[in-house]
Write a protein that binds this ligand. Structure first.
Ligand SMILES: [Zn+2]
Length: 301
């Protein structure tokens, strides 16, 4: 039993909140197998998302989706793509330090028949806690010990510059401290990419900035249309789809993120793409369909 196994055994014997642990059915795509693996969910005040809206807009959201009361508990779905000798994980989950409701990734990977040591590549969409903090365990060791790590160059630059922690604002200061600390641990084993780069064979980076300054989506291309991994470019299943041009408080640059989202929806519908969305319902795999003045997400399951 290594230290991580011990950790998992200790965690399993403690009284913990019920975490969502599951691997959604495998989907054959682009000559490989795509699986979404759950890392549990976040628990957020709706105001975190709604803060940029007027009272009238908030009322519209509440009447259409019932969104705005209680807590907002979006799922966290990581995308796992296996093809040939590649086992690629898109983002790394929350780990044990962010929220008690998140951090169940390793159990879900296990359910999918994947051990952390099997992961060959970790590709980051961005460096928010629910996407990055899971790279280390409770002993501060790297969880995916054999993996190569890749992140967009602009995203790396933003979170590793010393000014960010002072400029980001009180609400996200812990995000900046946590990101800088973890990215420093990856410094010797991470590579960078830019918009349009082929990050791995058949996987291209698509800049989708606004949620964070260097946010990236990934286009897995190949037979059958492939899959577009959106990250948090489309994160909220209510407002993002119903009113794609509206600003979300959960985006760091709400105006830029809204423009990115409008363009991305256009593309996904025009190309009739299958989407894997980190915080979208039903395991996060589905299609975007035009619906009235906005869009809707048709989950595959
Ligand atoms: Zn997120």
């Amino acid at each position: 039993m290594n230290r991580r196994d011990l950790c998992i055994a200790m965690a399993a014997s403690a009284v913990l909140p019920a975490l969502t642990t599951r691997a959604v059915a495998n989907v054959a795509v682009a000559g490989g197998t795509l699986t979404t693996v759950s890392d549990g969910n976040l628990v957020l005040p709706p105001a975190f998302v709604l803060s940029e809206l007027t009272d009238a807009e908030k009322a519209e959201v509440a009447s259409r989706y019932g969104f705005g009361e209680g807590s907002y508990e979006p799922p966290c779905n990581l995308t796992l793509f296996r093809k040939g000798d590649m086992t690629v994980l898109f983002d790394a989950g929350s780990g044990g330090e962010f929220m008690p409701s998140a951090g169940s990734l390793l159990d879900s990977l296990d359910a999918a028949g994947v051990s952390p040591e099997d992961v060959t590549h970790v590709l980051f969409t961005h460096a928010h806690p629910d996407h990055l903090w899971g790279i280390i365990d409770d002993f501060e060791d790297l969880v995916f010990a054999n993996a190569e790590y890749r992140i967009g160059r602009a995203e790396w630059d933003y979170w590793t510059r010393p000014e960010t922690v002072d400029e980001i604002g009180a609400e996200r200061q812990a995000f900046a401290v946590g990101a800088a600390r973890r990215l420093a641990m990856l410094e010797d084993r991470i590579d960078f990419f830019d918009d349009g780069d082929e990050v791995l064979p058949g996987i291209a980076a698509v800049a989708t900035v606004g949620h964070t300054p260097g946010h990236m989506s990934f286009d897995i291309v190949g037979d059958g249309g492939g899959v577009f991994v959106t990250g948090d470019a489309i994160a909220n299943p209510h407002i993002s789809f119903g009113w794609p041009g509206w600003k979300l408080g959960s985006d760091q640059d709400p105006g830029t993120a809204a423009a990115t989202r409008v363009a991305l929806f256009d593309r996904l519908v025009a190309e009739d793409r299958t989407v894997a969305g980190f915080h979208l319902p039903g395991g996060g795999i589905g299609r975007v369909a035009a619906d009235g003045d906005g869009y809707r997400f048709d989950a595959a399951e």
